[in-house]
Design a binder for this molecule. Structure first.
Ligand SMILES: [Zn+2]
Length: 229
């Protein structure tokens, strides 16, 4: 029998970031476009407004991602430096600290101490980082790279409703933007669920609901604040 026990968690991190960026791009740009279209703005202005939404959103994603990854990295670096200092100053206490963690996880006293001693010989900082601090990946993620990829994935998502504006006649614009955006959200949601090994229908329904709600609310606000012709 074919025994497939491959885990997909290591792929999920960056897929999640890319899908989230593209989702954001589709939902926020489409909502903005249908919102101001509903308010009665002339159709030939919609492209510029959508383009501004794309640029603003992409820059905001880049800034947010840069700040978030940088501060996460700073916190982890500080914790690791402190841990290294503890290890340098008090080796024995750190061995016992590690052994206590393994006892809590169910090893008996002697085995816990043996494992702790051995791991401290192999990689003192690494074993404390993993088992005490919960930092599993000592290679830090690059904040500039993270910023670039979220801006890029947001822009890719935002392009879908934006190009729809160019392709359809003014009368068809709102239904076209809503349909194409919801369709791309569903495809994106089920593809990412498939790659991550999660249930597809569930993932698709979630993005469909939240994307639809965002556009509906924006449209409602647009109809409330009609622009005088
Ligand atoms: Zn420690």
């Amino acid at each position: 029998m074919d025994y497939n026990h491959e885990h997909k968690a290591d792929r999920i991190g960056w897929i999640r970031a890319v899908v989230m960026g593209a989702n954001d791009g589709i939902v926020s740009t489409a909502s903005l476009i249908v919102g101001i279209a509903a308010a009665g703005i002339a159709a030939d202005h919609l492209f510029v407004v959508g383009l501004a939404a794309l640029v603003a959103g992409a820059m905001s994603m880049a800034a947010g991602e840069y700040v978030s990854v940088s501060s996460q990295t700073d916190i982890e670096q500080a914790e690791l430096a402190l841990e290294q200092q503890h290890i340098d100053e008090n080796w024995t206490a750190e061995v016992h600290e590690l052994a206590a963690i393994y006892r809590q996880r169910g090893l008996d006293n002697e085995l816990a101490l043996t494992v702790a001693k051995r791991l401290m010989e192999v990689d003192p900082l690494g074993s404390h980082a993993r088992d005490e601090l919960g930092i599993t990946d000592l290679s830090q993620s690059n904040p500039l790279q993270a910023a670039f990829f979220s801006a890029l994935s947001f822009s890719a998502g935002a392009l879908l409703p934006l190009l729809t504006v160019l392709l359809f006649a003014p009368a068809m614009l709102i239904p076209a933007v809503v349909t194409i955006s919801l369709l791309s959200l569903v495809i994106l949601g089920s593809v990412s669920a498939h790659v991550g090994g999660a249930p597809k229908i569930k993932g698709a329904c979630r993005v469909l609901f939240w994307g639809g709600l965002a556009m509906l609310v924006s449209m409602g606000i647009g109809y409330l604040f009609q622009i005088p012709a």
